[in-house]
Design a protein around this ligand. Structure first.
Ligand code: ZN
Length: 245
């Protein structure tokens, strides 16, 4: 990876969670040497291409147990692209005090991102900010069952409104075979929310960065070579176009 690359919340959480593991974490394909920052096979490392955007949005990833250790995790991509992204490991009984401090920080206006049918009475139809506040988009990051569990068992999130998206398209890809059809990955959900917030170029950057990750991740997994032109070319074209606007 590039030496100038700064580490973000998910990188730090990764180290912290790894240190807590009592046995070595065996992700699928654990024998492959991976870049520990982008989680792609080392020879396909994408770290040097990481786009960082300017945004008025902040994010909080609440991650289930060892989700942060999984190479297929896409929440990490949000922290790659957006400067203000917090990441914590979920706990029902012992919520991280740092997480609670962020939730109580007056600079932020928290929204929980979750399907509306799980708490229709809390649904916000639009993002309306009190003056001087930034939205804090809270994403529950894990498998779908884990996300539902976190949603049900996090009383400290119950006071916040819910923002939902209606996925008009199926997921761009399935990183996990166990994922339900049409289930969007965490980074894709975040991109739809960023779009709803009115930062469509940033939403597109996140989507394209997700494509870059997917392409390199799967290429490594299947021992293939990268397509040309590929997702990196599309990302570069988008970044060029938004710069010259
Ligand atoms: Zn890397």
């Amino acid at each position: 990876m590039s030496e100038t690359l700064s580490l973000h919340a998910v990188h730090h959480l990764y180290d912290k969670r790894l240190a807590q593991s009592t046995k070595p974490f065996r992700a699928r394909g654990a024998t492959v040497p991976r870049c520990k920052y982008c989680m792609v096979n080392s020879h396909l490392c994408i770290c040097a291409h990481r786009p960082v955007v300017e945004s008025n949005a902040a994010f909080m990833l609440v991650m289930y147990d060892d989700e942060v250790l999984k190479p297929s995790n896409s929440g990490r991509l949000i922290a790659d692209v957006f400067d203000e992204c917090f990441a914590f490991i979920w706990s029902r009984t012992n919520p991280d005090p740092d997480m609670l401090a962020v939730l109580g920080d007056e600079r932020y206006q928290p929204y929980v991102i979750f399907p509306e049918e799980y708490a229709p009475e809390r649904v916000a139809t639009e993002i309306t900010l009190e003056s001087g506040k930034k939205p804090l988009f809270i994403l529950l990051d894990g498998s779908w069952n884990e996300a539902k569990k976190m949603f049900r068992k996090s009383p400290y999130l119950n006071q916040f409104p819910l923002l939902s998206i209606q996925p008009e398209q199926a997921s761009r890809f399935t990183l996990r075979e166990s994922a339900k059809d049409n289930q969007l990955a965490t980074a894709e959900v975040a991109a739809r929310i960023v779009d709803l917030f009115g930062e469509s170029a940033n939403a597109q950057t996140l989507d394209l960065w997700f494509d870059v990750f997917r392409e390199h991740y799967l290429t490594g997994k299947k021992q293939r070579t990268l397509p040309i032109p590929g997702a990196l070319d599309r990302l570069a074209a988008h970044l060029n176009a938004t710069e010259t606007q």
